[in-house]
Structure formats: structure tokens, C-alpha cells
Design a binder for this molecule. Structure first.
Ligand SMILES: Nc1ncnc2c1ncn2[C@@H]1O[C@H](COP(=O)(O)OP(=O)(O)OP(=O)(O)O)[C@@H](O)[C@H]1O
Ligand SMILES: [Mg+2]
Length: 269
């Protein structure tokens, strides 16, 4: 796997998650192949970078790609694949299953699972992956989903294994078990990425509510490497990473003016 670091930026609305994601990804692209990925349904990379970004990978510089994922499309694709295989086993259910696939795109867990699935694919292809997420809730859910899904897939695998014995005895092919097993492999990869290569920056401003939310993220994600960051720092007495205000941090040139040395240093060890 190419991946050296997977980075997340979390925090209250408006604290600078997207701005810092863009600026950090730009700096990392000087060191290695970098992907900037937005999973916030209200994407904002286009505005911040001043270049149009969409659901297809866009090359902005030699080592710098960006994409705004449509989680709904991912869910539909994935659900169709799985449920078509299921429909082959249970032909009389097949129409109902496809209808179910179209409802799934409104399920938060399905959306998170599809995003995580895609994330693992990207981690095979980039040295640095930087994720711009929606305000706190979505990011926490993304991490918690990874545990819940692992347990659920293991349960499914046991069921499928039993079934597979019967199918083989009857001389029939069963695609479900191999689908579930490849899913399990992927989740295992995700778990090791989250444990060994992931860094979460919990962003706040000097504003008290954003500081409270930063603490809440640290508390909930204790099992991961979480670093607090004060963005637009002015006077607050604070030991951790500080990023100062710059004028109009939009567009590649101005984003490069943000002083991110403290933050980048932490990524080295
Ligand atoms: N270091 C900084 N100096 C000056 N302005 C900044 C800085 N960081 C962020 N801003 C400004 O603050 C505003 C909010 O930033 P941004 O959109 O990055 O926040 P966000 O946390 O991603 O918001 P949302 O929760 O809506 O996604 C923007 O106008 C941005 O230009
Ligand atoms: Mg944002």
C-alpha cells in the first residue's frame, strides 16, 4: 500500500476544516502523491481552491488530485452489486431487493460504509489522503461505523459459510460468501489504516463553543490519534498547534501562505 498518512479534519461548523484540509493537502503534495477528498455533502473545495472540483478525480498539480464524492451514488452502485448477487440466490426476491437498494442511499450507515469502502481504495493509490468532512457529527459517525460494520460483516460471514456448505453439497455456485469475504478483507485493511496511519485534527477557534466541541471529539475518539488545533489563533493561551489568520485564504497561492509548520511536523513521526 502506498499510503503514508490518512488525515481527517473535524470540528464545529465554520472553524476552518475545509480551508485547512486544502492548505495541508497542497503542502503534502510537495512531498508525495496526494488526494484531497471531500465527503461533506455540502462540498466547498471548488470555492476554496478556486477551481471546479466534482465527483471525478481532478488533477490540479503534478502530485495533487481532488475529488468531491457523491456518497449517494456510491451507495447505489455498491448496493446494486451486493443485492444482485443476493437476487441470484433468491430469484423471487430480486425485484424487491433492487427497490431496497434505491432506498438505501438515504441510510446514514450505508452512506458512511460506502465512503469508507472508497477510502480504502484510494489509500492503495496515494501517499497522502486528506479528508474534508462535514461538521463533527458526520466525522464521528464515520469512525464509529467502521467498528459496527466489522462486527456485522463477521456475523454475515458465519451465516454465509453455513449456507455455502449446503450450496456446495447441492452442486451450486454461491457468490455471496466470496463477496462477504472480500468485504471482510477490506475492513481489516481499513482497521489497520485507522490504527497505524490515521491522524485526526480537531479544529477550534478561540470561540468557547468550538473549543467545547474540540474536547468532545478528543473524548469520543480516544482510540485514535487526535491533535487539537486552534485556527485563526490570536491570543489564547494554548499549548497545541496554532494556525494564524491570513487574509482571504482562497486559491492555491494564498492557501500556501498559511503557516502549517507545527501541523506538518506532527505528521512526520
Ligand atoms: N486561518 C484562516 N485565516 C483567515 N480566514 C480563515 C482561516 N481559516 C478559515 N478561514 C475562513 O473561515 C471561513 C470558514 O472556513 P471553512 O469553510 O474552511 O470552515 P469549515 O469548518 O470547513 O466550515 P463548514 O463546517 O461549513 O464546512 C471561511 O470564510 C474561510 O476563508
Ligand atoms: Mg467545510
Amino acid at each position: 500500500m502506498l499510503l503514508k498518512r490518512l488525515l481527517f479534519f473535524g470540528g464545529k461548523g465554520g472553524v476552518g476544516k475545509s480551508t485547512l484540509s486544502c492548505a495541508t493537502a497542497l503542502r503534502l503534495s510537495e512531498k508525495g502523491k496526494t488526494l484531497l477528498l471531500s465527503v461533506d455533502p455540502a462540498h466547498s473545495l471548488t470555492g476554496i481552491l478556486g477551481q471546479s472540483i466534482g465527483p471525478k478525480l481532478k488533477k490540479l498539480e503534478e502530485n495533487f488530485h481532488a475529488i468531491e464524492l457523491s456518497a449517494e451514488n456510491l451507495v447505489e452502485e455498491y448496493a446494486k452489486r451486493v443485492l444482485t448477487a443476493l437476487g441470484e440466490l433468491l430469484p423471487s426476491f430480486s425485484q424487491g431487493l433492487l427497490e431496497y437498494a434505491s432506498y438505501l442511499k438515504h441510510s446514514p450507515t450505508a452512506l458512511d460504509t460506502a465512503v469508507l469502502d472508497k477510502l480504502v481504495d484510494f489509500c492503495q493509490e496515494y501517499q497522502y489522503v486528506v479528508v474534508d468532512s462535514a461538521p463533527t457529527g458526520q466525522m464521528l459517525r464515520l469512525f464509529e461505523t467502521s467498528h459496527a460494520v466489522s462486527a456485522w460483516v463477521e456475523h454475515l460471514r458465519k451465516l454465509a459459510k453455513e449456507r455455502n456448505k449446503v450450496e456446495r453439497f447441492m452442486g451450486r455456485q454461491d457468490r455471496i460468501l466470496s463477496l462477504i469475504e472480500s468485504r471482510k478483507e477490506k475492513l481489516k485493511t481499513l482497521e489497520s489504516i485507522l490504527k497505524e496511519k490515521t491522524v485526526i485534527f480537531a479544529i477550534a477557534n478561540e470561540e468557547p463553543l468550538s473549543l467545547q466541541e474540540m474536547e468532545a471529539i478528543r473524548e469520543r475518539l480516544k482510540a485514535f490519534r487526535v491533535y487539537p488545533v486552534i485556527n485563526r489563533w490570536k491570543t489564547l493561551n494554548f499549548q497545541g498547534i496554532k494556525v494564524q489568520e491570513v487574509e482571504k485564504p482562497y486559491g492555491v497561492e494564498r492557501l500556501k501562505k498559511l503557516n502549517l509548520e507545527d501541523l506538518l511536523k506532527l505528521l512526520e513521526n
